[in-house]
Ligand binder design. Structure first.
Ligand code: PMP
Length: 276
């Protein structure tokens, strides 16, 4: 079942209008939720990010926080979802193509679930990446539908035969195409500050919280691609990738070229917290 325009419907009954502003302008926002054992992971954090993005792009959400959570939980129940993801999108509505906000349109909500297993192979064995310039706009903290730069970046990685890209602005690392990036240097964790240049990842926040609990020093400071290469360890974080070791960048090994001990400690703690 899908949720579309105020009701639960079959996939075939999701009829998206060509006048949907999401379609014309990418004029909409979204969240991807993780479901473990039938439960929403970090639901409140996702909802707060959705609310913030909506406010920043001046999109009036059609439901309360509680009503959204109820829709998500009903979707989990109706689809018998145990392990997977839920995609939730809200566009500014349907109106003939014109840039100004439409005066009549109602926001359109779409939500559906996917059965997705945890990516255990890459969580254990790590991934490789190439660097690419970060060509996105200056509000990367907003989770909007405008993902063409992310799509191009991800495809560049695949074209280079690796799984991810590390984005940088003039040599300063921001994040990856759909995940945040952290490095370990001399037992300290470094990651880009949560400002307008990165998405404020839910798993990024979870990892910082875990690090804090374990007494691992954290510095929310930007680092360069050069510093990334000289790091002891690196890993990416995200709702679907969880904590995935990053082993190689532009063909050069990071640290020993194997998943690092601090990365593995954080992975173990993450599993203990969310998967027991
Ligand atoms: N950065 C970008 C650009 C993303 O698309 C994502 C995925 N939502 C993340 C970081 C990771 O965020 P989260 O941990 O909330 O999934």
């Amino acid at each position: 079942m899908y949720f579309f325009k105020n009701e639960f419907v079959d996939a075939k009954d999701v009829q998206i209008s060509p006048d949907d502003r999401g379609y014309y302008f990418g004029d909409g926002i979204y969240e991807v939720f993780r479901v473990y054992q039938g439960q929403l992971y970090e639901c409140e954090a996702h909802m707060q990010r959705l609310l913030r993005t909506a406010a920043e792009v001046r999109l009036q959400l059609p439901y309360s926080n509680e009503a959204f959570v109820q829709i998500l939980n009903e979707l989990i129940q109706k689809n018998g979802l145990n392990e997977g993801t839920i995609y939730l999108q809200i566009t500014r509505g349907e109106a003939p193509r014109a840039h100004p906000f439409p005066t009549q349109a109602e926001p359109i909500v779409l939500a559906y679930s996917n059965e997705v297993k945890r990516p255990l192979a890459t969580i254990e064995n790590g991934i490789k990446a190439v660097t690419q310039p970060d060509i996105r706009w200056l509000r990367c903290d907003l989770k909007t539908l405008n993902l063409l730069p992310n799509v191009l970046a991800k495809q560049a990685a695949l074209d280079h035969g690796v799984q991810e890209v590390v984005l940088h602005r003039e040599g300063t690392v921001t994040e990856c195409s759909a995940s945040n990036l952290m490095i370990v240097k001399n037992q300290t964790l470094y990651t880009h500050p949560a400002n307008h240049l990165i998405l404020h990842g839910i798993t990024r926040a979870v990892v910082l919280r875990i690090a804090h609990t374990l007494g691992i020093p954290v510095k929310e400071e930007a680092f360069t691609t050069g510093q990334l290469l000289l790091a002891d360890e690196a890993f990416i974080t995200g709702t679907t990738v969880e904590i995935t070791p990053l082993l190689e960048i532009d063909g050069q090994a990071i640290g020993t070229g194997a998943p690092g001990p601090l990365t593995q400690t954080l992975q173990r703690e993450f599993e203990k917290t969310f998967l027991n």
